[in-house]
Write a protein that binds this ligand. Structure first.
Ligand SMILES: Nc1nc2c(c(=O)[nH]1)N[C@H]1C(S)=C(S)[C@@H](COP(=O)(O)O)O[C@H]1N2
Ligand SMILES: [Mo]
Length: 168
């Protein structure tokens, strides 16, 4: 058991899908729009906006890790799309991303946080996140892989029910 616990940070290493290019025009969403990106972006599919449905986000690449969170000390498997991949796809340039939720909670995420490879989680322990349990998207940092992330600053940036990103 002790051995297994010692391995958890390793299991938590990120896995990445293929990077996608920001050069291709962004297609129109076919399903429900779950994320809208605005601000300093090069790619749009609506006036001033890059709108994504679930399939479009999944196509940007996958990342996953196991970590405890504010919600559950028991480590859980978080699966989603790297925040970095979303920002690259829309050609985002700036210093801070304002991440906003359905309930109008918002938190600024500095671009430098990308070094931790936070994800927009769509599944926890294999279950698709619904609005009822912090979905459709949840900003999750690989907390257990970096001691520095055990800090209220990063907890506050772990926006659940995320539906908007504004690049400044
Ligand atoms: N949508 C949304 N996300 C949010 C918050 C919120 O109020 N609404 N609070 C933040 C803060 S301040 C913290 S400390 C963590 C706490 O997560 P918890 O409320 O699930 O414990 O979520 C963050 N994400
Ligand atoms: Mo908080």
């Amino acid at each position: 058991m002790r051995c297994f616990l010692a391995l958890l940070p390793l299991i938590g290493l990120l896995t990445f899908g293929a990077p996608s290019s920001a050069a291709e025009p962004l297609p129109q969403p076919k399903g429900a729009v779950i994320l809208t990106v605005t601000g300093r972006i090069e790619q749009t599919n609506a006036p001033g906006q890059a709108r994504f449905d679930r399939d479009m986000l999944e196509a940007l690449g996958k990342a996953s890790f196991v970590t405890g969170s504010e919600v559950s000390e028991k480590p859980q498997l978080f699966e989603g799309v790297p925040l970095r991949a979303v920002l690259e796809r829309v050609g985002a340039h700036g210093t801070v991303i304002k991440a906003s939720a359905l309930n109008d909670y918002a938190a600024p995420i500095p671009f430098e946080d990308l070094r931790f490879e936070p994800i927009l989680a769509m599944k926890v322990d294999g279950q698709v996140l619904t609005v009822r349990d912090k979905g459709p998207l949840w900003v999750v940092y690989p907390r257990d892989a970096h001691e520095v992330l055990h800090d209220v600053r990063y907890y506050a940036r772990s926006v659940w029910q995320l539906n908007r990103l504004h690049v400044e």
